[in-house]
Design a binder for this molecule. Structure first.
Ligand SMILES: C[S@@+](CC[C@H](N)C(=O)[O-])C[C@H]1O[C@@H](n2cnc3c(N)ncnc32)[C@H](O)[C@@H]1O
Length: 257
């Protein structure tokens, strides 16, 4: 596993930022997010299946279908965690896949899982920040971020970085939870998010707080229109957005043109 301490000097170094429903110092945000994923890393995959009733696999398959993996394509999966997206990309015929995640525990849990399954030809793994990617400019055909952008401290820097690493004509897809859920689902979705998730987190991962953060961070994530604007500001063209499961999750697609 490689490591990066690359830093961008244009990122704001002070001020307050949302961490779930709390406002925290920008300087503390990345560490707090890291604590969340350090805490849940070993139970992360199991919790994903339990929390979503397996639906996260359907959402991730939709992302992989949209990327259309080919034997001449390399994918950079940012905030790739334990590696579902990158592994699926390779299985579907992609040439290479690299995961970049800020959290060593998540990367290590993914490597252990791959070894347990006997996956010899797995993705490469780099420990680094989405807002300062340790990857050369214009070096990959595709770049994805699944359920990661919501956790990134400097979102606009991360979008600019994901645009930078793409070759011209390259495809970017962000898969993310959204506050733009169908009105008919809101009451049951809120009850599930704020009551069931922390309860499940406590029972399975011994950590209610991290799963309360998950529910809160979704409510603080920008509406699809705002994210589309941020993607265009980062340089992406042909931006399209597709809701899934009643708007609980959205696919945001853009191209480096
Ligand atoms: C909810 S998990 C998603 C993991 C994986 N993409 C998936 O869909 O299962 C969020 C991931 O974002 C990573 N992350 C948070 N902030 C990051 C940052 N600034 N740069 C890179 N990764 C980050 C966390 O370490 C964690 O692995």
């Amino acid at each position: 596993m490689e490591s990066s301490t690359n830093q961008r000097s244009d990122a704001p170094e002070s001020g307050k930022i949302d961490f779930g429903f709390r406002r925290v110092d920008v300087a503390d945000h990345t560490g707090l997010v890291r604590d969340v994923f350090d805490s849940v890393a070993r139970r992360y995959d199991l919790m994903n299946d339990l929390m979503s009733g397996g639906l996260h696999r359907v959402w991730k398959a939709a992302l992989q279908d949209r990327l259309k993996p080919q034997s001449d394509m390399t994918l950079l999966d940012v905030a790739g965690g334990t590696g579902d997206i990158a592994e699926g990309f390779l299985k579907r015929g992609g040439r290479d896949a690299i995961i970049c995640d800020i959290n060593r525990e998540m990367l290590t849990a993914g490597m252990d899982r791959a070894l347990d399954r006997g996956n010899a030809r797995g993705p490469g793994r780099i420990c680094g920040d989405a807002a300062a990617l340790p990857v050369a400019r214009a070096s990959v055909e595709a770049c994805s971020i699944a359920f990661g952008l919501r956790n990134v401290t400097r979102r606009t820097d991360a979008l600019a970085e994901m645009h930078r690493v793409l070759k011209p004509g390259g495809h970017f897809i962000c898969l993310e939870f959204s506050p733009a859920v169908l009105t008919q689902l809101k009451t049951i979705y809120d009850t599930y998010s704020f009551k069931v998730l922390p309860w499940l987190g406590q029972r399975v991962a011994g950590d209610a707080e991290s799963y309360a953060y998950l529910a809160e961070s979704i409510r603080k994530f920008p509406e699809p229109e705002q994210l589309a604007t941020e993607m265009r500001d980062a340089g992406f063209g042909n931006v399209t957005q597709t809701p899934m499961s009643g708007g609980i999750v959205w696919l945001h697609s853009g191209w480096r043109i």
